[in-house]
Write a protein that binds this ligand. Structure first.
Ligand SMILES: Nc1ncnc2c1ncn2[C@@H]1O[C@H](COP(=O)(O)OP(=O)(O)O)[C@@H](O)[C@H]1O
Ligand SMILES: [Mg+2]
Length: 143
């Protein structure tokens, strides 16, 4: 998928960061120690009945909800035989993604440009825009 990579540069310090990122990516993707984490943030708290059914285990309710949201992604990873860890969080999705990246030493966030709320010709969804602004690390926004 990433065979022909274009690095657009104007010689500025930010273009130099981009150049370093390209070199880093090329190395990272050959790196057998790399870890891939799928994160889904649920923005609706578990209902009382969901909690009762799960013996008050919030994590297991979140995992079940995340399971539905990420099922097709998990299938793609399984078919490609690429190992990953699934993580779940509760709260505002942008906050959850940024906090997770901060507390887990994440080096790169890859995110879609739009999501389930996609409407019209808006370029960036609110989650991708906020993550791009607030992330502690590089963010690749996939169109
Ligand atoms: N709840 C969430 N948990 C994890 N990632 C999310 C969540 N919501 C959105 N994202 C990520 O942010 C990207 C952009 O989505 P978003 O900004 O919500 O756009 P939209 O406004 O079109 O829904 C998605 O493609 C996905 O990668
Ligand atoms: Mg959305």
């Amino acid at each position: 998928m990433f065979q022909n990579i274009l690095l657009a540069t104007d010689g500025s310090k930010y273009a130099t960061y981009a150049a370093e990122a390209v070199l880093g990516l090329v190395k990272e993707f050959q790196n057998k120690d790399r870890e891939i984490i799928l994160l889904h943030v649920s923005d609706t708290p578990p209902t009382r009945s969901q909690l009762m059914q799960a013996d008050l285990d919030v994590q297991s309710v979140l995992r079940e909800k995340a399971g539905k949201a990420v099922a097709s992604t998990e299938q793609k990873f399984a078919e490609a035989d690429v190992a990953y860890t699934l993580e779940v969080a509760l709260g505002d999705p942008a906050d959850g993604i940024v906090d997770f990246a901060k507390t887990n030493d994440i080096d790169l966030i890859i995110i879609g440009s739009r999501g389930l709320g996609a409407v019209g010709s808006v370029l960036l969804g609110s989650v991708s825009r906020r993550v791009a602004h607030e992330a502690p690390c590089p963010v690749m926004i996939v169109k």
